[in-house]
Design a protein around this ligand. Structure first.
Ligand SMILES: *Cc1c(COP(=O)(O)O)cnc(C)c1O
Length: 460
């Protein structure tokens, strides 16, 4: 370190090039590993531990807001972004760095696709961070619209409908049936800035043909953005199917033990977009991190980053157990005398069962697996929620909460919670009935989850 006191700016830039080459070597090494190994080790190796972190075998939590520089020339090179730096935790941080690198590797797993990631303070801020750059002023396309599946999380619906459309005047064209390619085609035009879908959607578990919709987006020279929170990279990796940007609410299954609110934006290198500078398209997530994210400030806490990284290591095994439980529950409830309908991509009665089988497979096993979330409708008079509420209030072990992806099973009545504020019209678009109950299976033994549901149904 002492001799670096005399480094010129050029020396620092060259030193930065070595750091970048070392990162590339670590990425190449991780690209050869299986999913669980990538999730466990990411880019943190012995060299990182010994040279920077007192030999700690786990990635440390850097709560410090700022990075010290050796001399003025290092500060100058670093703040001109001419060498890798973390500088200030609103922009970057060593703890969130390891989370971001691992997330980018997992979303591109099994391919040589390169991606980068920016971690944000919540899933909603990830959606904002991912979509803002496409909604900037552009004189060639003065009246922007976005085309989005209506089967989206309530918060996303509100962000698009209230904030984007209501406050900013961005036209939002909802896709009522995301399986219908014609509808996507009819609603997309030269003023469309991006296409947006959820895979599968929360809570109606709707899916869409990612590759076909990506192809349509690219024909219009615009990106496809996919929120795949409810699949997670353990089942589906939209970037490998043609999507340009993936959004994860890492508050859900990625941090399954329930310690953090956090979002991830993972973008391919060289995304397709007719809006924005070449620099933005070349490496969207890093560009967003260094510029708009820095200025808007949705930074993630380093503590949350490490807690999330710790959970991410066991993502695949948790998703496998949770998916098996969801399948067991879905099968048992289908045809139950008190249940009107069960929505789960793993059931043959599911309208897009073949597409689900094609896109949802447990990574490194190939076994079709359909995620941890199902939606059920409790039999009742049309429009009534009396029985659904009775069922809901009778759950004993399963938690009543607006949450999902947790190691503990959680049930939600969506019409009065996640999707309350969007009103009846909005709920109709999102296929949410008063009797819809979302069940997000945890990692308990499936027999116990089912027993609790069955006793609650008996009480109806
Ligand atoms: C929860 C959720 C979000 C929002 O994430 P937060 O971390 O709660 O902000 C976005 N998309 C989906 C599919 C979700 O389930």
């Amino acid at each position: 370190m002492i001799e670096r006191k005399n480094f010129t700016k050029e020396d620092w830039v060259n030193f930065g090039k070595e750091m970048t080459a070392d990162r590339q070597r670590r990425i190449a090494r991780a690209k050869k590993w299986k999913f669980d190994t990538v999730a466990t080790h990411g880019l943190y190796d012995l060299h990182q531990a010994l040279d920077y972190n007192n030999g700690s075998i786990m990635e440390p939590v850097y709560l410090s807001p700022a990075q010290a520089y050796t001399n003025a020339t290092e500060m100058e090179a670093a703040l001109a972004y001419e060498m890798p730096t973390w500088c200030y935790t609103r922009i970057a941080n060593p703890s969130s760095y390891f989370l971001e690198e691992t997330a980018a590797l997992l979303e591109t797993y099994g391919t040589d696709i390169e991606a980068s990631c920016v971690a944000t303070s919540s899933g909603m801020s990830a959606i904002r961070t991912a979509t803002d750059p496409f909604l900037v002023k552009d004189e060639h396309f003065p009246n922007p619209n976005i085309v989005a599946s209506a089967k989206v999380y309530g918060g996303t619906f509100q962000q698009f409908w209230v904030r984007r459309f209501g406050e900013q005047g961005v036209e939002v064209r909802w896709i009522k049936n995301p399986l219908d390619l014609k509808e996507w085609e009819e609603k997309t035009d030269k003023n469309t800035r991006f296409l947006y879908g959820e895979f599968p959607s929360n809570p109606s578990v709707d899916i869409f043909d990612i590759s076909a919709v990506a192809e349509l987006a690219h024909r219009y020279e615009i990106p496809l953005l996919v929120d795949s929170t409810c699949a997670s990279p353990a089942l589906t990796r939209p970037l490998t199917l043609g999507a340009d940007i993936v959004i994860q609410s890492a508050s859900k299954v990625i941090s399954g033990s329930g310690t953090s609110i956090m979002g991830l934006v993972i973008a391919k290198k060289n995304i397709v977009s007719k809006i924005g500078a070449d620099e933005m398209k070349a490496d969207f997530a890093i560009w967003a991190k260094l510029w708009p994210y820095r200025d808007n400030g949705p930074a993630v806490s380093p503590m949350s980053a490490i807690l999330t990284l710790n959970d991410m290591r066991t993502l695949r095994m948790r998703v496998a157990q949770m998916s098996r439980n969801a399948m067991q529950v879905a099968r048992a409830l289908e045809g139950h005398p008190k249940v009107e309908a069960v929505h789960y991509p793993g059931l043959e009665s599911y309208p897009a069962y073949d597409l689900a089988k094609k896109y949802m497979r447990l990574v490194d096993s190939g076994e079709p697996m359909f995620g941890y979330m199902l939606a059920i409708e409790i039999k009742d008079r049309p429009g009534s929620s009396v029985n659904a509420r009775k069922f809901y209030d009778s759950l004993d072990m399963i938690w009543r909460a607006t949450d999902l992806g947790r190691v503990k099973t959680v049930a939600t009545l969506n019409a009065i919670s996640t999707h309350q504020q969007q009103g009846e019209e909005g709920r109709k678009l999102a296929s949410i009935k008063p009797s819809t109950c979302r069940i997000a299976c945890g990692v308990e033994n499936g027999d116990d989850i089912l027993a609790d549901i069955e006793q609650a149904l008996d009480a109806v």
